[in-house]
Design a protein around this ligand. Structure first.
Ligand code: AMP
Ligand code: ZN
Length: 139
């Protein structure tokens, strides 16, 4: 995965605005931020997405998102915070190296993350509930 830009950034081969680093992760400022302070958490070892990241690294990554959220909150640069993590093109992933967005938010900022609400029938709701209740036992 030598051509992966986030591998190069995470391992310090390409410069970045790093705000935190440990053995497994680098946290950088997004180059095109939704708002000032928009951070990306990058594992140093390549994984395309959440499905390729092992459970320990996944826990550590989301644990780190709390640390970053606390830093943003205590810096008084946001009224709210979104934690966002995209997997796959259909979900908006544009860089195929796992990353978590930590996005500072303010009332009436220009960031749009909303979905169009839909309504499922009782059958549709029960069918999806049944499938997921079964599948979750495998993990
Ligand atoms: P996603 O759409 O979830 O894959 O998010 C990719 C994010 O990476 C976007 O918010 C980009 O602005 C950001 N990004 C892309 N290239 C760089 C880079 N070289 N340095 C910092 N952030 C980047
Ligand atoms: Zn990579």
């Amino acid at each position: 995965m030598s051509e992966c830009i986030f591998c190069k950034i995470a391992n310090g081969e390409i410069p970045s605005n790093t705000i935190y680093e440990n053995d497994n992760f680098r946290v950088i400022l997004d180059i095109s931020p939704a708002n000032p302070g928009h951070c990306l958490i990058l594992p140093k070892n390549h994984a395309n997405d959440i499905f390729e990241l092992n459970i320990d690294m996944t826990k550590e990554a989301f644990g780190l998102s709390k640390k970053i959220a606390e830093a943003i909150k205590s810096a008084n640069i946001a009224e709210g915070i979104n934690i966002l993590q995209n997997n796959g093109e259909s979900a908006g992933q544009t860089v195929n190296h796992f990353h978590i967005h930590v996005i500072p938010r303010k009332t009436d900022d220009k960031v749009v993350l909303k979905h169009e609400p839909s309504k499922l029938s009782d059958k549709e709701m029960n069918d999806i509930k049944k499938i997921l209740t079964e599948k979750i036992q495998q993990f």
